[in-house]
Design a protein around this ligand. Sequence first.
Ligand SMILES: Nc1ncnc2c1ncn2[C@@H]1O[C@H](COP(=O)(O)OP(=O)(O)O)[C@@H](O)[C@H]1O
Ligand SMILES: CC(=O)N[C@@H](CCC(=O)OP(=O)(O)O)C(=O)O
Length: 257
Amino acid sequence: MTKRKVIKLGGSVWEQLDARYFEEWKAWVETGNELLIVHGGGPLLSSYCEQEGIKPVFRNGVRVTTDGVLLGARRILAGEVQSGIVQQLNQAGIPAVGMSGLDGASVHGKTIKGLGAVGQITHIHPRLFTVLSTNGYVPVVTSLVTGEQGVLNSNGDACAIAVAKAWSVDRFELLTDVEGVKVNGDYQSEITSAAIEAAIASGEIYGGMIPKVEAMMQATQHGIPEVVIRSGKNALAAGTRIKEELHECTTTHLSTY
Ligand SMILES: Nc1ncnc2c1ncn2[C@@H]1O[C@H](COP(=O)(O)OP(=O)(O)O)[C@@H](O)[C@H]1O
Ligand SMILES: CC(=O)N[C@@H](CCC(=O)OP(=O)(O)O)C(=O)O
């Protein structure tokens, strides 16, 4: 039976990605499974902003998006980052098609007070993902989304989990620049939702890791069977999974933005 997987590829790790991931993804699609990659590009967008004299501002890992930042997001995420990823996937023998949540109006969002042109995902039309994947292509999606009044910048992790849920995936992975989630000073192979919430409250989980653990909790609550935060630098490392059963998860942090 065909299986579906969504990978969130963090901008923090793309340039240091372990080449073994290309083998893993190639094997996945060549054995008849479907793959969709949602990518970020936060660090490169921050560099762009600094070059433009715009100070990057984040709230709980989500970038406050002024008009100048949004222009940068279109240039950097949908341009430089995406074309680089698509080119490398194609070179590795994985037929990839770059798109954003604007293409086919596939991902919709609405603004949230105080964050500028940030889109909180409201709904997904997954038809284009399916058209591409059933024809052997891997959609490579950047997290610019369709807003009621124009383009919105969505956090890559939040966009990835919304796509994963709407596309009914069997597996959801977040690849980033660390081995997984660190709590009490150590990377955890398994973690409970309660421990995640406590670590957010204490500040041990902070910044860009917050939307990642929130995505992981949402995925588990939604019933996605396999959910993991993995190191993009080492395809052999186990990463962090959520430990408890579905009914034990709590939801208090799921609406940080
Ligand atoms: N408890 C934690 N465990 C691991 N990493 C954490 C934790 N809290 C915050 N982080 C930070 O989260 C970063 C990953 O988030 P981010 O930089 O947004 O990555 P990406 O670009 O992959 O989305 C790590 O590099 C690390 O600095
Ligand atoms: C609203 C918001 O935060 N958007 C993100 C989109 C890119 C992203 O998520 O990149 P990473 O995956 O590398 O963190 C941003 O502007 O940085």
